[in-house]
Design a protein around this ligand. Structure first.
Ligand code: NAG
Ligand code: NAG
Ligand code: NAG
Ligand code: NAG
Length: 209
């Protein structure tokens, strides 16, 4: 009787260890990171002092999106980029809509887009020497693909200020920092998985001892 009891306890230790390792690997596997987003180029010919195109509504922008995940794809909904006149977002210069797409793991994408600028707002936002500090905002929803399954959609909204020079082009190489409004889905999975394991362990321990 004593023998079999010891055996049971040892077997239990092993299963606790195994389950712990399993929980850790599941957590590492399900953990997701949001895409990294930055503005590569921004161009408003209406602001170019040498061109005299003050009514040209062209608003060109290139977005760069990196999927930092080892083994997860990202499915993007259409992306909406909004260019504001000042960091306080007092008026909108223009919007740029980009189609959604799928991005494989560890892939980088460069997406050019074109919109219509309100040149009145744009010209009002630059100083005498032609420079200005705009605010650029990107909103979309993403789903992560893990093997054959997609996670729930979650919203992403990021923004940052962009310095524009007297030629109407972006001058800095600042990366727009990602600030997600939604809670990280990764942690939800972990909580659920860990809880399930804890329940299972407690149930087993009660059965043994
Ligand atoms: C703006 O982008 C469009 C398409 O992406 C391109 O055809 C056009 O030449 C660009 N305009 C300027 C002024 O760079
Ligand atoms: C936003 O900032 C600009 C420049 O700093 C200023 O002229 C404007 O009045 C501000 N708008 C609002 C609504 O605060
Ligand atoms: C540009 O913005 C100004 C001020 O916000 C607005 O009064 C005007 O109607 C806009 N022009 C266009 C073409 O949308
Ligand atoms: C342009 O003017 C702004 C504000 O008036 C100033 O902060 C900036 O340093 C000036 N830039 C140049 C290149 O003179």
């Amino acid at each position: 009787m004593g023998d079999s009891g010891n055996k049971g306890r040892c077997g239990c230790c092993t299963s606790i260890l195994t389950l712990g390792l399993a929980a850790l690997s599941i957590w590492l596997y399900l953990r997701t990171s949001n895409p990294k987003c930055s503005i590569q180029t921004l161009y408003l010919p209406s602001l170019d002092r040498t061109l005299n195109l003050t009514t040209d509504p062209t608003l060109n922008l290139t977005l760069r999106l990196d999927n930092p995940n080892q083994a997860k794809g990202i499915k993007y909904d259409p992306l909406i980029v909004t260019v504001y006149d000042f960091p306080n977002k007092s008026s909108v210069i223009g919007n740029i809509l980009m189609p959604g797409f799928y991005q494989g793991h560890k892939k980088k994408a460069t997406k050019p887009g074109q919109g219509t600028a309100n040149t009145t707002v744009a010209l009002r936002a630059v100083s005498e020497n032609g420079t200005g500090v705009f605010w650029v905002d990107m909103a979309t929803s993403v789903k992560f693909k893990i093997m054959f399954w997609y996670t729930k959609k979650h919203k992403i909204r990021v923004g940052g200020d962009v310095v524009v020079n007297a030629s109407g082009v972006k001058v800095d190489h600042k990366v727009i920092r990602l600030k997600s409004m939604a809670p990280k889905m990764g942690s939800f999975c972990v909580v659920v998985v860990v809880e399930a394991l804890v329940n299972f362990l407690v149930f087993n321990l009660l059965n043994f001892w």
